[in-house]
Design a protein around this ligand. Structure first.
Ligand code: PLP
Length: 452
């Protein structure tokens, strides 16, 4: 930090403070983790200075042999780890990976016939008039994705995201009673809507998804099955999700982030079968600019780590910890969406505590428990205030916390939320914070936590 401090001390201070914050708090954000020093160091070096547009061995810049080395290593580790035919490791983030995948499917399914009619081989060679034809055909395309309040992600065709502008979108959801994915309803919607792409995957669904069944539905309606495994990639890598629950053998295309349960650098990745490989590799320059060689180096290191047997123990422990946390909350009368968990996350409905998700998030933060508010299915409080809090175990599992600590954390969460009172301002500003900072209240909370 001294090197940074000599240039801009406030940045050095902020980095130091961030490390201190992350060490001092219980990080329960389901999409966060702690990358290893090897990953962090692979990311913070001279590769950052290099431009390397293109693909391995076919760059638009000279002097890319070392970038070729790390990109090839990352792709090889990804293929081996996930059993994929092809891996594209350039996407800078999850949204980039999804955009690359969408374009790959579109170009495979729509561009080829349109281009054949226009008599050209590559989309880059299209004349302006032909672009108009292509645009018209693209404009008709439909996507079926999981609804946001059932746990889907914005990039799966929703309005505030560009995917919602690219596609005519329809959602599938969960059963109103069980909270579980309703495959029959999904099949009926797919038959009626005839989407080009069915997107499976989620940010806040605490159960497993049967990808074999999803592929069956996709095949029946002639759709491509795309799985966004950003959240649970670490569980796939760690062989906790296998058979019907491993997306790679079932989906034609799989996207992921590398920084969540996979515990790598911030970034994205696309895995696909042979038929899509050529289209996926056009991610740069279609969607991406120059790749980030330093991040690809860190992806190679993280993926090599995930191929170690210890990573399988880690992945199992993530799920065991989530079960234990869920059980601890249920024993205290908390309401969990779907009544529990099968993966790395728990969705706690805080309405029973008389709180919105925003109030619960603030109250927990005051107690050094870092979470994020989240909608629950058919959420009466909308996407901003919400009625839920999402809790994930990947980060605390990395720090070595286990069953006993999960019991204590469940007790602590219940104690804090029971003591919290709803905010009274229209903005939802936490009048709560003041209440919790009251020494008498803090003492009472501390005493009850000790009792539990
Ligand atoms: N896909 C899913 C399922 C996610 O949960 C997220 C992020 O939370 C993304 C994509 C986007 O990833 P990024 O933030 O790297 O763009």
């Amino acid at each position: 930090l001294d090197v940074i401090r000599a240039v801009e001390p406030r940045v050095a201070d902020a980095i130091g403070a961030e490390v201190a914050d992350q060490r001092a708090s219980l990080k329960l954000i389901a999409s966060e983790n702690y990358a290893s020093p090897a990953v962090l160091l692979a990311m913070g070096n001279w590769f950052s200075d290099k431009y390397a547009e293109g693909t391995i061995g076919r760059r638009f810049y000279a002097g890319c042999r070392n970038v070729d080395t790390v990109e090839a290593l990352a792709a090889e580790h990804a293929r081996e780890l996930f059993g994929a035919r092809h891996a594209y490791v350039q996407p800078h983030s999850g949204i980039d990976a999804n955009l690359v995948a969408f374009w790959a499917v579109l170009s495979q399914r729509v561009e080829s016939p349109a281009l054949a009619r226009a008599g050209v081989r590559q989309v880059n060679d299209l004349a302006d008039a032909d672009w108009d034809v292509l645009r018209r055909e693209l404009g008709d395309q439909r996507m079926l994705g999981m609804s946001l309040d059932a746990g889907g992600h914005l990039t799966h065709g929703f309005r505030p995201n560009i995917s919602g502008k690219m596609f005519d979108q329809r959602s599938y959801g969960t059963d109103p009673v069980s909270g579980l994915l309703d495959y029959d309803a999904l099949r009926a919607t797919a038959r009626e809507f005839r989407p080009l792409i069915i997107v499976a995957g989620y940010s806040a669904y605490p159960r497993l998804v049967n990808f074999r069944l999803m592929r069956e539905i996709a095949d029946e309606v002639g759709a491509t099955l795309m799985v966004d495994m950003a959240h649970f990639a670490g569980l796939v890598a760690g062989k906790v999700l296998t058979g019907d629950f491993d997306p790679v053998p079932h989906a034609q295309i799989v996207t992921t982030t590398t920084h969540k349960s996979l515990r790598g650098p911030r970034g994205g990745m696309v895995l696909c079968d042979d038929t899509l490989a050529e289209h996926v590799d056009r991610g740069c320059p279609m969607v991406l600019g120059g790749p980030l060689p330093h991040v690809m180096a860190a992806k190679a290191v993280a993926l090599a780590e995930a191929r170690q047997p210890a990573f399988q123990d880690y992945a199992r422990c993530i799920v065991d910890n989530a079960h234990r946390l869920a059980d601890g909350l249920l024993r205290r009368g908390a309401r969990l969406v779907t009544g529990g968990t099968d993966n790395h996350l728990v969705l706690l409905d805080v309405a029973g505590y008389g709180l919105t998700g925003r109030q619960a998030e603030a109250a927990l933060l005051d107690s050094n428990i870092v979470t994020n508010r989240n909608s629950v299915p058919n959420d009466p409080n909308g996407a901003w205030y919400t009625s839920g809090v999402r809790l994930g175990t990947p980060a605390l599992t990395t720090r070595g916390l286990g069953a006993a600590e999960m019991d204590e954390i469940a007790a602590l969460i219940d104690t804090v939320l029971t003591a919290a009172t709803p905010a009274t301002t229209a903005s939802g500003a936490p009048s709560r914070a003041k209440h919790l900072l009251d020494p008498a209240v803090s003492a009472e909370v501390a005493a009850r936590a000790t009792e539990l």
